[in-house]
Ligand binder design. Structure first.
Ligand SMILES: Cc1cc2nc3c(=O)[nH]c(=O)nc-3n(C[C@H](O)[C@H](O)[C@H](O)COP(=O)(O)OP(=O)(O)OC[C@H]3O[C@@H](n4cnc5c(N)ncnc54)[C@H](O)[C@@H]3O)c2cc1C
Length: 413
C-alpha cells in the first residue's frame, strides 16, 4: 500500500480561504471526482484523505472532453485549465468506414471532442500531482463499514486501521462502494441501457495520426483511434447490444472471452483488434448505464460524480464530476463547514444539471451500434447532415446547453 502524508501547504492562504481547517473529509475514489474535490477542499484548508481501491493511480482509459463556459470557469478556478490545454489530445476527425475500410462519412473533431479533450488518466494525474503534498492518498484499500453518530463517522477499512472523519464522500464511480454501504444495493439505482462498452490499447497498425475510424454492423461497433499522435499506439472502443450479463467485472479473462464471442466473425479490422485484445494488460469493460438515486445525501455521507449521477458515455460525466466537486466544496465553504446546509445546497444545485447531461447520453449505444443495417444507413445519413456546418453548430449548441445549464455561485476559493 502506498501512502503519502499531508504536509503544510507552501502557498500562504487568506483566513477566508482557510475556513474549512476544522473539517476532516474522507473521499472514496481517486479518478476524476475524488481528486477534483480533494483539490478544491485542500485549498479551503480542509484535512482530506482519499482512499482508492486500486494499488496506484489508475492510468490510461479513454479521452474525455470539456465544453462550454461552465467547465472552463471551474477548471480555471482549479488552476488546471492551461495544463489541460498543454496536454490535450488534439484529436482530429473520425471517419465511418465500410468493411473494406472505405470512408462513408467524416465526423469533424468539434462534434466528437468538445472544446478540449484529454485522456482521463492524464486528467487524474494532473489533479493528483497538484494535491499529493496536501492531501493524504491511501491506495490499495477500501471502506469496509461506516458508522455515523452525532459528531462524525467511524470508518473501518479492508486493510488499514479504523479512523474517524467529519464527512465521507463517495466518489467511487458507477459501482460505488460507498453508495452500496449507505444507500443500498446497486440494483436499485443502476439503469441498464441494453449495451456494453469496452476499451483497451491496440497497436497503431492502421498508421492513424490523431484520427479515428468507426465501423458498425447491426448491434455491434468498433472504434479505433489514435488520439495523441503516438505512432505506435491506438485505442480501441467496442460497443455491443446485449441483454444484461452476469460476470465478474474484475475477471479480465472472463471479460476478454465475452468480447471475443460477441465480436467473432465481424468484418473490417476486427481480427487484428481481437488479436490485440488477447494481449491487452488492461481492459475497461462496463454496461452502458446510468445512476439515478433519490437522494445524494444521507447524514454526513454524500455522493459525487458517477457514484451519484453517472452516465457511462456521452453524458459529459467528467464535466459533471468536476462541476459537482466545485459546487460541493464551494457550498461547504459558504456554510463555514455546516454540512447540513452545504449538502442540501449541493444536492439542489447539482441534481437538475446532472439530469440534463444524463438525458443526452441515453442514446450512446444505438448511436455507435444501430440494431439493423437500415438503421446504420440512416445513422450515417444523419452523420452526414451533422457534419454539415449549420447542423454541426446546432449539435454543438445542444450539447453545450446541457453542459452550461447551471448558474455557478461565487465561492470563496
Ligand atoms: C467509454 C467512455 C467514454 C467516456 N467519454 C467521456 C467524455 O468524452 N466526456 C466526459 O465528460 N465523460 C466521459 N466518460 C465518463 C467519465 O469517464 C466519467 O463520468 C468520469 O470519469 C467520472 O469520474 P468519477 O471519478 O466519478 O468515477 P470513475 O472515473 O469511475 O472513478 C471511480 C474511482 O473509484 C475507485 N473505486 C472503485 N471502487 C472503490 C472502492 N471500493 N474503494 C475505493 N475506491 C474505489 C475506482 O478505482 C476509480 O478510481 C466516458 C466514459 C466511458 C466509459
Amino acid at each position: 500500500m502506498t501512502k503519502q502524508t499531508r504536509q503544510t501547504p507552501q502557498t500562504p492562504q487568506t483566513p477566508q480561504q482557510k475556513n474549512l481547517s476544522h473539517l476532516s473529509v474522507l473521499i472514496s475514489g481517486a479518478s476524476v471526482a475524488g481528486p477534483a474535490l480533494a483539490l478544491d477542499l485542500a485549498r479551503l484548508g480542509a484535512r482530506v484523505t482519499v482512499v482508492e481501491k486500486a494499488p496506484d493511480l489508475r492510468g490510461g482509459g479513454f479521452a474525455v472532453d470539456f465544453r462550454g463556459h461552465v467547465h472552463r470557469t471551474v477548471l480555471t478556478s482549479m488552476g488546471i485549465w492551461d495544463e489541460i490545454h498543454r496536454r490535450q489530445t488534439h484529436m482530429g476527425r473520425q471517419t465511418v468506414v465500410d468493411t473494406d475500410g472505405n470512408p462513408r462519412v467524416d465526423l469533424p473533431a468539434e462534434l466528437m471532442s468538445g472544446d478540449v479533450e484529454i485522456f482521463r488518466g492524464e486528467l487524474a494525474r494532473i489533479m493528483y500531482e497538484r494535491t499529493k503534498d496536501e492531501v493524504e492518498y491511501v491506495f490499495g484499500d477500501s471502506i469496509a463499514t461506516l458508522g455515523e453518530d452525532a459528531d462524525g463517522v467511524d470508518v473501518t477499512f479492508e486493510k488499514g486501521a479504523p479512523r474517524r472523519f467529519d464527512l465521507v464522500v463517495g466518489a467511487d464511480g458507477l459501482h460505488s462502494n460507498t453508495r452500496r454501504l449507505v444507500f443500498g444495493d446497486e440494483s436499485r439505482y443502476l439503469r441498464f441501457f441494453d449495451h456494453y462498452v469496452a476499451g483497451f490499447d491496440v497497436p497503431n497498425h492502421l498508421a492513424l495520426d490523431r484520427t479515428g475510424r468507426v465501423y458498425s454492423e447491426p448491434g455491434r461497433a468498433a472504434v479505433v483511434g489514435n488520439y495523441d499522435g503516438d505512432p505506435d499506439r491506438a485505442g480501441a472502443l467496442l460497443v455491443f447490444r446485449s441483454e444484461e450479463l452476469s460476470y465478474d467485472r474484475r475477471d479480465v479473462t472472463a471479460v476478454k472471452r465475452i468480447l471475443a464471442e460477441r465480436f467473432a466473425g465481424m468484418g473490417w479490422e476486427l481480427p487484428a483488434v481481437l488479436k490485440a485484445l488477447e494481449e491487452a494488460d488492461d481492459v475497461y469493460f462496463d454496461a452502458i448505464a446510468q445512476i439515478h438515486v433519490d437522494r445524494l445525501v444521507k447524514g454526513r455521507v454524500v455522493l459525487l460524480g458517477d457514484a451519484g449521477y453517472g452516465a457511462t458515455m456521452g453524458g459529459m460525466g467528467t464535466g459533471v464530476a468536476i462541476v459537482g466537486a466545485y459546487v460541493l466544496a464551494g457550498e461547504l465553504a459558504l456554510a463555514g463547514g455546516d454540512f447540513r446546509v452545504a449538502f442540501a445546497e449541493y444536492e439542489s444545485r447539482i441534481r437538475d444539471f446532472a439530469k440534463g447531461c444524463q438525458k443526452i447520453s441515453g442514446n450512446a449505444g444505438p448511436f455507435f451500434a444501430p440494431p439493423t443495417e437500415r438503421r446504420i444507413r440512416s445513422r450515417d445519413r444523419m452523420y452526414r447532415l451533422l457534419a454539415s456546418r449549420p447542423l454541426a453548430r446546432f449539435f454543438k449548441r445542444m450539447t453545450e446547453k446541457a453542459a452550461t445549464d447551471i448558474k455557478l455561485r461565487e465561492y470563496p476559493f
